[in-house]
Design a protein. Structure first.
Length: 497
């Protein structure tokens, strides 16, 4: 008797191109160019052939490329060859990138014209470019020879437990760690997301987030599985993004709250075809939720991490509007334990969020970091939160964000949430600053049309005296990492200026 096939057995794009070859795969919003799955499959074949020509004894290829369609070709080309792809953050300094490349032990670095000089400075490994090279010693990937000869690469059999991606965490409160994600992690994440957001054959998912983070990469994997199209915009600009959303018939988009705020403030209203706005990278302020409700913007606030291949829990629009602040119930097959001091917490009790399930990484590049992150209940996120009686998840802050001021423990998340409830406040970040008298003092950076004294007076009515920020400053925006997470070091620097 023939054994049943465990799908997928080959790279995800091969299956999709065989099933729906004429369906749209990628829309380049900047170049106004559309690629079918048959055309994408041929382009990926060229990339896979070029990667085969590289010496890759360690099986790892790093990239230094900003958001563009070439990222998808590299992802599927690496998958077709059985290689691990490690996208690096183009915004990082040379020293950090050198350290990450060293920890990766990458065989080659793929760059673009804008990063070519930096790429040649930070590594001794071969450097290849997706653009025509500007300097000697850098070759084109794929080469014109590969395209002209039409070489074909037989896809390797997928090992679902093999590391497909290595992504580095943002590192806003600690050194960035290299996260290993398997093919199984990626497929499980795409499947769970489909159960929560729904799937239509005509879906078009706009990517304007950095594709060296999971939020920007995930739609490439998901659309290949769903038979949907990825619409790629190289840079988020409110007016241009609003135009792309309308003209490209986008049905879904991944954003961080700051991006959505800028879209709303620009006067944008969604077309009826837009099914969801997946919001991650940080808390969605209640004021933004209310503005979206009035404009019928279908927001889906989500909580996720690189270590879980994106989403952990996501609220549908109806849940987000009924219960502002929640990130909804965990996705299918994802278990979240709220772990208190004495074990799993009851509904309403706060604790650290611990996640288990098929989307969770097998670990970091560093074995010690892996050992420290996992326990009997799963992966320790370092985030604090609680579940309500209906199973909805609420994220309130970081376990390492507590401020000790004058011997009192201050919950940063609770203070920030109180400030966001102040009329006129659009967003806020709270940190502890060194203080000779108190050890640490509570400090807040506030965004919105509101006076500092108004914020302080409001806090005095809502918080204990030791929780009221002693330092409050206004800013146009909160400093954030490219993935949308609040950059706490930058916030502290602004408050100390």
């Amino acid at each position: 008797m023939r054994e049943p096939m465990e799908w997928p057995t080959r790279d995800l794009l091969t299956h999709r191109a065989e099933t729906t070859p004429e369906r749209t795969a990628v829309v380049d919003a900047d170049e106004n160019r559309t690629t079918t799955y048959r055309e994408l499959d041929a382009a990926v074949d060229e990339v896979a052939a070029a990667l085969k020509g590289l010496d890759t004894p360690n099986g790892r290829v790093a990239t230094l490329i900003d958001t563009r369609p070439a990222v998808g070709r590299l992802l599927f080309g690496a998958m077709r060859r059985g290689l691990t792809l490690a996208p690096l953050n183009v915004e990082l300094d040379a020293e950090t990138l050198e350290a990450q490349l060293s920890s990766l032990d990458a065989d080659a670095l793929v760059c673009e014209r804008a990063t070519e000089q930096l790429a040649t400075e930070i590594t001794d490994t071969p450097v290849v470019s997706v653009d025509s090279p500007a300097s000697g010693g850098v070759e084109r990937l794929p080469s014109n020879e590969a395209a002209e000869n039409g070489r074909t690469i037989e896809p390797v059999e997928l090992d679902r437990d093999a590391t497909q991606l290595v992504l580095f965490t943002s590192g806003t409160t600690s050194d960035p760690k290299g996260v290993r994600l398997t093919v199984s992690n990626l497929v499980a994440s795409a499947t769970a997301s489909a159960f929560r957001l729904g799937v239509s054959p005509g879906d078009r998912w706009l990517v304007c987030l950095p594709t060296y983070h999971m939020g920007g990469l995930a739609p490439f994997v998901r659309c290949a599985l769903y038979g949907a199209a990825v619409v790629v915009q190289r840079e988020f600009v409110p007016a241009a993004t609003a135009r792309v959303l309308a003209e490209a018939d986008v049905t879904g988009v991944s954003l961080v709250p700051t991006m959505l705020t800028r879209l709303v403030e620009s006067g944008w209203t969604p077309d009826p075809s837009l099914r969801f706005v997946l919001l991650g990278g940080g808390p969605t302020p209640p004021a933004l939720v209310e503005r979206c409700r009035k404009r019928e913007i279908p927001i889906c606030p989500t909580y996720g991490m690189t270590e879980t291949a994106s989403q952990i829990s996501t609220a549908r629009p109806e849940t987000a509007f009924e219960s502002p602040g929640t990130v909804g119930q965990p996705l299918v097959c994802t278990d979240v334990t709220v772990l208190g001091d004495d074990g799993p917490a009851s509904p309403g009790e706060r604790g650290e969020l611990v996640v288990s399930g098929p989307t969770v990484t097998p670990g970091y590049l560093d074995d010690d970091a892996t050992a420290a992150a996992f326990g009997p209940h799963g992966f320790h996120t370092g985030d604090l939160g609680y579940r309500d009686a209906d199973g909805r998840l609420w994220v309130v802050g970081r376990a390492d964000d507590r401020i000790v001021t004058g011997g009192e423990n201050v919950d940063v998340g609770a203070v920030a949430a109180a400030i966001r409830d102040c009329p006129g406040v659009a967003d806020a970040a709270v940190v502890g600053l060194p203080d000779e008298e108190w050890g640490q003092r509570v400090a807040a950076l506030v965004v919105g049309d509101v006076e500092v004294d108004t914020v302080r007076d409001y806090c005095r009515t809502e918080l204990a005296s030791y929780e009221v920020p002693k330092t409050i400053r206004r800013a146009e925006t909160l400093p954030r990492t490219p993935s949308g997470t609040v950059d706490r070091d930058a916030v502290a620097a602004k408050l100390q200026e």
